[in-house]
Design a protein around this ligand. Structure first.
Ligand code: HEC
Ligand code: HEC
Length: 441
């Protein structure tokens, strides 16, 4: 069964090295301005985007209470299919995103393909697939095993155990804000060109889940509970790898993190630069440090260019770098893992890795592609005094002499940065039943 994967609507032609293009696209996608191809770009984005928030109905949310109340007892599993799903699907398509998610730049980062917008029924099917151990050879492991909601859809081990106890080659990635990565490429080394392609990777991976795509379709076809879910999501009960991929991608894209204390503070203050009334003095200090050229955190991790003088950051929402970068973890190419360089074969890409979003970062440790740092304090120590002179080390982490920068942070400043990162924890997302395990176990 061939799987044809579509290009993201606005950003399909975007090369991962081009910051300038993202900026150009911010205009093109937003207004359908010059360069936007007809109405396609605008509609592809807006149909799944924040401005649909007005259409959010209360009904999906009303079900929430029922589902939560009964999921622990399993009483909602009235038809005995082992699943606890609300009668009316939860609202995944139109989350009530705050204003800082609705800026032109943030909307241009959306990698939702035109032909796979998030729908409530599609993401519901994706949710069941995400938590179904039937997707692994010996039925022990699901996506949710290594991408745990309480851990920001990551897990807490350095490497994760697959279905036979084998270890993954890298640290599991947190999945918050996957939707807002403009190139649409996935994995630490960006080997997957789209999220629809990515989600089939772990299922076939020999360590992680160990099924062939043929076996996958067989497995899903023989589970009775999928019939209705496919009909609701796609109009009929045909099970294909493409539909499985689409539904899983919808569910992952729906994992929007926008209800943290940072979001509350920003909504009240209007700018990330202002003091946030709901922050402690330490958290406000950490935020200031994050924004300062001295640390340069913002230059990579806020996903946007430095603002022109007198203007504010165009992206204050996503906390994902725009492209894979080298942050000086190693002094040069290493034997086992050179990230993007191993995929492209270009030495200039050695040691470049995608980072996941800093959203929910306090709960997704250990950190970095190989999980080498157990705590955020260790991460800050790395940036403060541990950056190594890799030939591809990003200029933003070099001093005037091109050597790795030393930030000379005081212990209080380091603590403040960790405290600020903690404000990005989104308890509402991490506890939201619509992203939880629907199986009554
Ligand atoms: C055995 C553990 C394990 C299982 C099971 C697993 N993953 Fe992962 N996932 C990982 C690891 C480890 C990575 C990083 C791998 C890499 O980059 O080489 C990852 C990366 C990802 C990414 C990339 C995120 C990004 O920002 O680039 C997505 C999306 C993802 N997984 C979704 C899924 C889905 C969907 C499933 C189920 C079909 C799944 N994973 C099953 C461990 C797992
Ligand atoms: C030059 C761009 C750059 C700068 C500047 C930068 N980072 Fe990073 N950061 C990255 C990259 C790239 C990664 C992923 C590296 C890897 O795993 O190989 C990363 C990873 C991280 C991680 C771990 C993410 C995870 O999911 O494991 C944290 C936390 C982090 N950075 C925080 C910060 C803070 C705080 C600052 C400022 C002190 C900062 N970064 C400055 C590029 C940068």
């Amino acid at each position: 069964m061939p799987v044809t994967m579509s290009k993201p609507s606005c950003v399909g032609h975007l090369s991962r090295t081009s910051l300038a293009l993202v900026l150009a696209l911010a205009g093109a996608c937003d207004a359908g301005g010059p360069g936007a191809s007809g109405g396609d770009d605008a509609s592809g984005t807006s149909s799944t985007s924040a401005d649909g928030g007005v259409e959010t109905t209360g009904s999906g949310e009303a079900e929430t209470t029922d589902a939560v109340g009964s999921s622990s007892t399993g009483e909602d599993d009235e038809d005995g299919d082992g699943l606890d799903l609300p009668a009316t699907p939860y609202n995944y398509a139109n989350p009530d995103l705050p204003a800082h998610f609705r800026t032109p730049l943030v909307r241009a980062l959306d990698n939702t393909p035109q032909d796979n917008p998030i729908t409530d029924h599609g993401a519901t099917l994706g949710r069941v697939l995400f938590y179904d151990t039937a997707l692994s050879r010996n039925e022990t492991v699901a996506c949710g095993t290594c991408h745990q909601q309480a851990a920001g859809f990551s897990d807490t081990t350095q490497l994760s155990e697959g279905f036979e106890g084998g270890l993954t080659g890298r640290n599991s990635m947190g999945l918050s804000e996957s939707r807002w990565y403009a190139t649409g490429r996935f994995f630490w080394d960006e080997r997957a060109a789209t999220l629809e392609e990515q989600v089939l990777g772990p299922i076939q991976n020999e360590v992680e889940m160990g099924l062939t795509l043929t076996e996958l379709v067989e497995r899903v076809s023989t589970r009775p509970y999928y019939r209705e879910l496919f009909i609701a999501a796609f109009g009929d009960d045909e099970v294909t790898t493409e539909r499985i991929a689409r539904a899983l991608a919808q569910f992952v894209r729906a994992m929007a993190s926008y209800r943290s204390r940072f979001d509350e503070g920003l909504a009240a203050a209007g700018s990330i630069r202002s003091q946030f009334a709901n922050f402690t003095a330490e958290e406000n200090l950490g935020k200031d440090l994050f924004l300062q050229p001295r640390t340069a955190c913002v230059a990579c991790h806020l996903g946007g260019p430095p603002p022109p003088p007198g203007q504010d950051f165009a992206n204050q929402a996503i906390f994902l770098p725009l492209e894979p970068l080298n942050n000086g973890l190693d002094a040069g190419p290493v034997e086992d893992d050179n990230g993007v360089g191993d995929i492209t074969g270009d030495p200039a890409d050695d040691g470049r890795f995608k980072s996941s979003s800093l959203r929910n970062i306090a709960v997704t440790g250990p950190y970095m592609h190989d999980g080498r740092f157990a705590t955020l304090a260790e991460v800050i120590d790395h940036y403060d005094s541990g950056i190594k002179p890799h030939p591809n080390l990003d200029p933003r982490l070099r001093g005037p002499n091109q050597q790795p920068r030393r930030m000379n942070l005081t212990p209080a400043e380091k603590g403040a940065l960790v405290a600020f990162l903690g404000t990005l924890t989104d308890e509402a997302l991490l506890g939201d039943p619509k992203f939880g395990d629907p199986f009554v176990r």
